[in-house]
Design a protein around this ligand. Structure first.
Ligand SMILES: *Cc1c(COP(=O)(O)O)cnc(C)c1O
Length: 420
């Protein structure tokens, strides 16, 4: 038995270099262009013989930087920290989560290639795969139910797909993927397994479990402050380097790279991501248990009643809980909307807003917001009912204060609209 991976220990061991004047924080390399000391170095950089990720650079004296849309030292350091956390060889950051997703998929797929993807994925990713890619690139996607391995296998076999694309914990139904099993199936059919791990940083380490590439919407938990749009890719050094290839690199040529000032800010947040995840998870578990005890229709993978509770327990790292998201089905849009309005406008419980991973609580009705790209039938197939509220639980206030607010709001909804 291999020892369990500890992302906090791995992150601590990957300590970044000192700031320019011995500062404890990293300096920001704000330059968009970089000098060479000898003129004949420049062609070597363009031939890929020098550069921070190139295999040749390992034997050369120091890496070389070229231009800010290619590798930037500050963004590279943030990428290295993310790679340490995910237990991968390399990582790099992007301007958004979708920037990372589209670049990675375009890097894997040429026109006419196929993708197999989970049917329960983030609405924007679903639109990208279902509408945009077929229209603009000729890359088509077959959507499958990850709970049916034989369906996944049949789709991979029939399409000879290059990629199996999944989310570690799926938005918004909180289904958990069996990453080792899916990696085995994908690899047997010559496909790469790409995992969007946005919902479960620290909790799950998909590459350690067999995946090839991990993607994050850094906008969510990794940022933690709902103030920055950002993304990341972690995987092998060869793959990350290929994204920056001057001739065929999707990050280099489509251009959704991260600004070094943003990367610097995020390097200051990564060290307390583990603490934040632990607290988000503890709060979510307490809420889910208390709501379930009250007879509410609550879905949280930390509950023994969740169909994937065992599956998540088997795969997760120790100490970070089951995540900060749960859903509450109020039975109708009216009841769901009333509950959220009371929680936001009468109490300080949280905000009616999409997104997740903020230090305050965010609540949204998935069917009419983040999953509205799906048709009614597609929503039904994905298990999204109209009164389903997704709650990304915050860290502020005390648990008892927040629970009292929730109880009051639930009682008001029952009084005003009748109980469920
Ligand atoms: C938000 C989100 C994305 C998209 O990320 P952006 O940073 O908004 O581009 C992708 N996947 C999941 C699971 C998300 O929650």
């Amino acid at each position: 038995m291999s020892k369990k991976f500890d992302p906090v220990a791995a992150l601590a061991d990957s300590r970044h270099e000192f700031g320019e004047h011995g500062g404890v924080n990293l300096s920001i390399e704000a330059s968009t262009t970089f000098t060479v000391m000898a003129a004949d170095e420049m062609p070597k950089i363009f031939r890929g013989e020098r550069g921070p990720f190139s295999m040749q650079a390992r034997n050369a004296t120091g890496g070389c930087y070229l231009y800010g849309r290619n590798f930037n030292p500050t963004v590279y350091t943030f990428g290295r920290m993310l790679a340490a956390m995910e237990g991968t060889e390399a990582g790099y950051a992007t301007a958004s989560g979708l920037g990372a997703i589209s670049a990675v998929l375009m890097q894997f797929c040429n026109s006419g290639d196929q993708i197999v993807a989970s049917k329960t994925i983030y609405g924007g990713t679903f639109a990208l795969l279902k509408e945009f890619f077929p229209l603009k690139t000729g890359v088509t996607t077959t959507f499958v139910d990850l709970g049916k391995p034989e369906e996944v296998e049949a789709a991979l076999q029939a399409t000879k797909a290059k990629v199996l694309y999944i989310e570690s914990i799926a938005n918004p139904t909180l289904e958990v993927a069996d990453i080792p099993a899916l990696a085995e199936i994908a690899h047997r059919h010559g496909a790469a397994l790409i995992v969007d791990n946005t919902f479960a940083p620290m909790i799950l380490s998909p590459v350690r479990l067999g995946a090839d590439v991990v993607i994050h919407s850094v906008t969510k938990y990794i940022s933690g402050a709902s103030d920055v749009i950002a993304g990341a890719v972690c995987g092998s050094e060869a793959f990350v380097y290929s994204l920056m290839d001057l001739h065929v690199g999707a990050l280099m040529l489509l251009g959704p790279t991260m600004d070094p000032k943003i990367a610097h800010e995020l390097t200051l947040r990564l060290p307390h991501l583990g603490l934040r995840m632990r607290e988000h998870s503890a709060r979510a578990l307490a809420f889910a248990q208390r709501l379930a005890d009250r007879g509410a229709k609550v879905c949280y993978p930390g509950l023994g009643s969740h169909p994937h509770h065992e599956l998540l327990t088997r795969q997760m790292n120790d100490g970070f809980g089951f995540g900060g998201l749960f859903t509450l089905d109020l039975g109708s849009v009216e009841r769901a909307n009333r509950l959220m309005e009371i929680l936001q406008n009468q109490h300080s419980f949280g905000f009616m807003a999409v997104s997740l991973g903020y230090f305050e609580t965010l609540m949204s009705c998935s069917g009419s917001s983040t999953s509205s790209e799906l048709t009614e039938a597609e929503q039904k197939a994905a298990g999204i009912s109209p009164g389903l509220i997704r709650i990304s639980i915050g860290l502020t206030g005390s648990l008892e204060q927040r629970w009292t607010q929730m109880l009051d709001a639930l009682n008001q909804v029952d009084r005003q609209l009748g109980s469920q």
